[in-house]
Design a protein around this ligand. Structure first.
Ligand code: SF4
Ligand code: SF4
Length: 87
């Protein structure tokens, strides 16, 4: 049986918590933030913004799962998303 590798000091590490904030009106619906999120926190809204695009939202079941890695902010070409520190 293969043992799962774990950090020896895992119990001492604090996992960062974040809250993604989306400027829906700036979004062009490219989906990069959704694609790059390692925790699959984001998905497309059912609604459209003023430009006619679906924008990212956090479904209720994904609330609190953001680890504040910042990938979504880094890949967004339109500066339409950032992440607040929830710790
Ligand atoms: S900060 Fe990281 S975990 Fe949080 S929504 Fe953005 S990509 Fe996902
Ligand atoms: S990366 Fe930016 S422009 Fe693309 S879907 Fe996400 S918020 Fe919208």
């Amino acid at each position: 049986m293969i043992k799962k590798r774990m950090l020896l000091n895992l119990d001492k590490l604090k996992i960062p918590k974040g809250k993604p904030i989306v400027f829906a009106e700036r979004c062009k619906g490219c989906g990069l933030c959704i694609e790059y999120c390692p925790k699959q926190v984001l998905s497309f809204s059912d609604d459209y913004n003023e430009k006619g695009y679906h924008y990212p939202v956090i479904p209720p079941e994904k609330e609190g799962e953001c680890i504040r890695c910042g990938f979504c902010r880094q890949v967004c070409p339109d500066f339409a998303i950032y992440v607040e520190d929830e710790n």
